[in-house]
Write a new protein. Structure first.
Length: 107
């Protein structure tokens, strides 16, 4: 249970852009422009089945890349001015826990 909780916390820190990429568990704030994930995407969320799913947020610099990995899909988008968005392909219903990883790459 504690291991799963630690993994969830790490995933959330990665989503908010304050965990380091090495996964050492130490949290640091980076002075580079960070992306923000919309507050509707959180632990325990349920996504619509059999429909495209928009994942979006703000922050970042124009031209930087945001990558979203979820349920075997890996989708990239280029940031606009303080905005980014990707669209996941329709998925079948699934009761299993899944992790969404959102990464930000500077240009």
């Amino acid at each position: 249970m504690l291991r799963r909780l630690a993994a969830i916390i790490t995933a959330m820190l990665l989503l908010t852009g304050i965990a380091n990429a090495e996964g050492t568990g130490r949290v640091k704030r980076n002075k580079d422009p960070q992306i923000k994930v919309s507050c509707i995407f959180c632990d325990g969320m349920v996504l619509q089945r059999e429909r495209e799913v928009r994942i979006f947020g703000g922050g970042g610099r124009a031209g930087d890349t945001v990558t979203v990995e979820f349920a075997g899909q890996c989708v990239q988008s280029v940031c606009g001015e303080d905005r980014w968005e990707v669209t996941l392909a329709p998925m079948e219903a699934c009761a299993a826990d899944r992790e969404m990883r959102i990464t930000y790459t500077l240009q």
